[in-house]
Design a protein around this ligand. Sequence first.
Ligand code: BGC
Length: 910
Amino acid sequence: MTREEVRIESVWLENRRGVDGLGIGEPRPRLSWIASAAPDAWEVEFRRDDGVVHAVRLPAERTRLVDWPFDGLRSREGGQLRVRAAEDAGGWSTPLRVEAGLLDRDDWSVPFISPSPAAPAGTLRPGYLLRATWDTAELGIAPGRILRARVYSSAHGVSDLEVNGRPVSDDVLSPGWTSYRHRLRTQTSDVTASIVEGRNVVGAWLADGWYRGRIGFDGGLWDVYGTDVALLLQLELTLDDGSIVRVPLEDAWSWHPSPITEVGLYEGERYDARLLPVGWSTPGFDDRDWSSPTVLPLEDFPARLEAPTGPPVRVIEALRPVAVEAIEGGRIRLDFGQNISGRLRINVRGPGGHEVRLHHAEVLENGALGVRPLRAAVSIDAYVCAGSGLETWTPRFTIHGFRYAELEHWPGDLDSVDVEALVVHTDMPRTGWFESSHAGLNRLHENVVWSMRDNFVDLPTDCPQRDERLGWTGDIQVFAPTALRLYAAHGTLTGWLRDLAAEQAEQGHVPNFVPWLECGFPNFPTAAWGDAAVIVPWELYQHDGDTRVLEAQYESMTSWVDLVDRLAGGTGLWNTGFQLGDWLDPAAPPDNPGQSHTDKHLVATAYHVRTARIMAETAALLGRSGDEERYRGIADRALAAFRSEYLSPSGRVVSDTPTSVALAIVFDLFATPEQERRAGERLIELVAENDFRISTGFVGTPIICDALARIGGIDAAYHLLLQDEMPSWLYQVGMGATTIWERWDSMLPDGTVNPGDMTSFNHYALGAIAGFMHRIVAGLDTAAPGGTALRIAPRPGGGLTHASASHDGPLGLATSSWRREGTRFTLDVVVPVGATASIELPDGSTVDDVPAGRHSFTCTVRDAASDPARPPKRWRGGPHEDERAEAGAGPVAVDAPDAADATDTAVSVA
Ligand code: BGC
């Protein structure tokens, strides 16, 4: 390949893939780029805003997280960065804007400005408008001298900014939700194009958001972080001589109630369009009846001011309804065909004062919106028309989880309905795809993608609809590897881990959700949930090959493992205290989802082994040999305790449930291969006894198919994966699900909603199975952190005739795509530049060290029609009925299982 052919596809800073470098919070941001080939060397050029050009030549080996090769950036310093293959005349990458935000707290010299320093709790509060006017001439700035204008901002509450009537950014619910006591994120916005000569106005919409609004379940809490809503905004102009003018706005602010008469994240937003002060954020506006806000000194709020590590929340797409119908009671029902997180955008024509109400729900039940699962999140928006003709509106400061909406008091007939659903979530680039010959599997995968989208709304949440939407640690612990396959989620997770560490330090243990709220949930260390402190950074490292996240989280990781060691009294056996165990095992009663049939303390000790081992490996990677030894000691102790308490010498696992056996297999807890082999046989028996329906919860479900694949049970894994009777993944698909449900039977076969108080139709945890579809079904796996080595080992089965997965990973696109034509198996792979792959074909043959590029391999396999079908229900595992008959046990009843069978197959269809 000649040098001219090296194309640079994308360049980014730190974890900000797909995001520009404006407002970066690092003085020395690391660089990454993806290239179409490997040259002899790279050239990186940084053209600073002052015209000075710096260029360096870098060795060819690295294109990922390359140390910033220039002098460190100071606050506000910026320029254009580009990369090319050395001496390649034409091949520069598209320039990337790199500009530091305000890096030090001392760079902030403005106070918080509050239109509402306090408000009565218990009822919804309104929104507020703030405006400040300033004049370039009064500042002595001659026409044409402003090169750049920047707004640095944050808020207590949620805000939307405007300059001279134009939105400052398309961010939604800014600055998002962090653990505000510790960390408040700031935005850097380029407003150069909106600034005019003479008078200018900067304006802000403000509302309670997470900071002051009601959040949390069981009634929720008000004013969690403070009693005020307030804006922090610093406006700076860079003049043509490089000097910086900070526009003095402190005394220029005034406020007014906004047309948002009440708003809550859970409750919805009510907007009275008659109350909009038209032109309020433009210079000519008369604000004499506006009030002076309260000034709150910045020093009174000790939280760190930090640049975001990931992309903002935005409106990602708009969906048109797939069905619109008039229903009884005069409402109009809309079905958007997809369960989403977001809001409606309406175009409505009504007389002044006419109020339209917008109701939301994920499902229909008994012919009505199924709103019971929303609990206290009533999710009703209202728009009062101004009467000015065709009016367009979307709520600004609320968000709902819904597929269906109903319009109440719509002023017109069905034909006049012009409504879209706006999909709102963190704007992460998509990085993972899966496709196969099985339509149900493809829809399942699509549902996982949607549940991830709907639950990455600034932080990784459990669900987008009811009165939670919280950063439950256990959910992302099990889902993180899949999340990192599907989307560039690093930035979001890196930021959330900072909050986890901060709250852990404050509480002495990892809270069960982060940011934590004291709304009544037991605040105790919990296995599989608290283990997120160790496993999420580890999964980030595995995916990116970046040890920095391990360094940053090191103290958080070690303090979790140390705490569990203490809770286990140094014995390694964690058998005390509150545990969630294999949460939502289908055998657990609807009103007690933690009552799984797997021993909770078995789960706790298994996780203790896993995280202590990860800790030892982390310490080794970071060169902390003393710690490495100590954590090996803790891991060995926990392993010995697990074996003596929960394993029989022959390989039986106490609890004898699919989750307990799968944990022991996937976490490598056996003493001998023979034990693992026996346990593997037992696992196959157990899933067969249960007719290949799911009998695992949050802990077991993400690993059950991996465990089966590993011990020679790939066919059983396919039977589970392709099972469509409840409980199973495809049962949900068959019931029309468009996202992953919290409970296997969130909707019962008769179409009614599970009576449990905790029934969501949009939880990603059980969707962790998409990782199995990528790694095992399609065969695309990584063998080294950062994806420098790939393992491509497809395992065809289940009657599939083709499957493929792609991952646009740290080095670029990798693909594994196979098809079966009769007994001929063809595998096409793409290995990205910088990686090598080892190939394992289904006939057992292998090819090592496959270099970057496209390659094809073929072999002979059984044809799809010969894949074993799921054994009929009557086959209950153990001795086959013929063998039983031979042994004199008589035939096994088909439809009337005996009492022993009934208890063995403990599947709740309640
Ligand atoms: C959440 C879960 C969470 C669980 C643990 C639920 O209410 O929605 O996803 O992990 O509680 O108790």
